[in-house]
Design a protein around this ligand. Structure first.
Ligand code: AHR
Length: 508
């Protein structure tokens, strides 16, 4: 019979520390993410503050490290001042990015109360589209200055005595996109962002800033021209460059689709190269390095029709098993690039291309809920540079997602693997891309030996198209019987067809 596939684990071959902020998420004022998602006034499922308690319970299971707010495209025409103070006095506005009436009943203070209940770090995005650098500064003042100036006192007057000390702020969203309200070219964006950064940092010196990298990977775009320019102009003020990626099984080709996280990895490496080059030439004093924040990623292609792009039901994508596998591939890719990817935010938290889906009567967890839950609660420590030896395949030319460029992926390994090492424990994450066959694999320990009980978790379903729904869970995490091993350098395991498996145990 053919040789077993092999995964070689060497705790001395390290990539970098896994930053917990790769388990981030995103709440935008879009469709039913906020209204009818995390927040629903007068619902029997909500508390007296309008917080949907069933949703909050599910959100907490995701152990979301950092949550980006309030957009997205929404933020490019948002004035944060509309969303503070007594609710009845807040102005309703036309929401132009996604065609909705924005009541502004949910704003900065409501989000911060929610973030506290979620146990998440807040990450705010300022309006670099129609907003001014002064508005950005005033928002930082409202959130981070203890007392004295007008907006700090206004926060106190609104009932929030202590400053929020929001550490992460992004300088706009997707400013290279022609769809963005107040869209700018790279030069104009850099100028505006640098001046905003100056004011924001003078107000609150400890903040970390994220620049809008390119999100435009359409066939005729040149994303890295934008990235290079922005990195060059903003290198002395930023801590991260933000990148976005949405993929989709546009042509209903499973094997092409499940290779798409490798495209994210390619883009990561290219941008890392740009950052490295820029840093070599820069005299940045004692400033820390610049990292990549994949601050929007997900699968999004079905809900892009006329009826699903805008309004209160916007972007309500339903997910199946192959989507969950792709998400596990994204997470593995973040781990494999742990030296440079220090933040990632699934877009978005509830209803809008999201792991949690609600109705007025209840909610359910979509298939993609399970990989992010499993990773966020288990995968931490040092990312290891594993060697994987398994069969591979080549894709044909395919669309990465709707509106995106095409790619061909060569030598796609059937096993997509990451491994981390944390306090004597190794955590191996394996997606088996093979649709039909289990892959018998030897996990080989190159330094030390495996010992004791290894826990095994699996995400799978009877069919790659299996979906969850209200009252129906076809895809979820199952705890398998653990593997009991006695001081050995080899564990042999059959990774089932179209599955994701996490194995964790000790190396002594
Ligand atoms: O997450 C949905 C949208 O996708 C965001 O608003 C925007 O930033 C991106 O184009």
């Amino acid at each position: 019979s053919a040789q077993n596939a092999r995964i070689k684990i060497d705790v001395d071959r390290t990539i970098g520390e896994v930053d917990k902020n790769i388990y981030g998420n995103f709440v935008e004022h879009l469709g039913r993410c906020v209204y009818g998602g995390i927040y629903e006034e007068n619902s029997p499922l909500s508390d007296e503050n309008g917080i949907r308690l069933d949703v909050l319970d599910a959100v907490k299971e995701l152990n979301v490290s950092i949550t980006r707010y309030p957009g997205g495209n929404f933020v490019s025409n948002y004035n944060w001042k509309d969303g503070i103070g007594p609710k009845d006095d807040r102005p309703a506005r036309m929401e132009l990015a996604w065609s909705r009436l924005e009541s502004n009943h949910f704003g900065t203070d409501e989000f911060m109360a929610y973030a506290k209940r979620m146990g998440t770090e807040p990450y705010f995005s300022v309006n670099m589209g129609t907003g001014t650098i002064k508005e950005a500064q005033e928002w930082v003042e409202y959130c981070n200055v203890k007392s004295g100036p007008y907006y700090a006192e206004l926060r106190k007057k609104n009932g929030h005595e202590e400053p929020y000390n929001i550490k992460y702020w992004s300088l706009g969203n997707e400013m290279d996109g022609f769809w963005q309200m107040g869209h700018l070219n790279a030069e104009d964006y850099s100028k505006k962002a640098r001046e905003a950064a100056k004011l924001m940092k003078l107000t609150s010196p400890e903040i970390k800033l994220i620049a809008a990298g390119s999100s435009n990977y359409r066939p005729n775009a040149d994303p890295n021209e934008w990235n290079e320019k922005v990195l060059h102009e903003l290198r002395d003020v930023i801590d991260y460059l933000a990148l976005h990626m949405y993929v989709g099984n546009v042509e209903n080709n499973y094997y092409n689709f499940v290779s798409s996280p490798l495209v994210l990895e390619e883009r990561t490496r290219v941008v890392k190269g740009l950052i490295d080059r820029e840093m070599e030439n820069a005299d940045r004093g004692n400033r820390p390095p610049i990292y990549i924040a994949w601050d929007e990623y997900n699968i999004w292609y079905r809900a892009r029709g006329e009826e699903t792009m805008a309004g209160t039901k916007a972007l309500e994508e339903r997910y199946n098993l192959e989507d969950a596998l792709v998400i596990s591939g994204f997470l593995n890719a973040f781990i494999r690039n742990a030296d440079i990817v220090k933040m990632a935010n699934m877009a978005q938290l509830v209803n809008v291309i999201a792991p949690i889906f609600t109705s007025e009567k209840g909610m359910f967890k979509q298939t993609i809920f399970y990989p992010i839950q499993l990773f966020a609660n288990n995968v931490k420590g040092t990312s290891l540079d594993v060697h994987v030896d398994c069969e591979t395949y080549d894709t044909g030319e395919f669309f990465i997602g709707l509106g995106e460029s095409t790619t061909i992926q060569k030598d796609v390994p059937f096993l997509d693997v990451s491994a981390t090492y944390n306090n004597g424990e190794v955590i191996v994450c394996v997606m088996n891309r093979n649709k039909d066959k289990a892959i018998t694999t030897d996990l080989l320990c190159q330094e030390g030996i495996f010992d004791g009980e290894f826990e095994v978790y699996e995400i799978n379903g009877s069919d790659i198209k299996s979906e969850n729904d209200f009252g129906k869970t076809s895809v979820e995490t199952k705890k398998k019987s653990s593997l009991k091993v006695k001081k050995t350098d080899k564990i042999t395991y059959d990774f089932p067809a179209h599955s994701f498996t996490m194995i964790k145990g000790s190396i002594v």
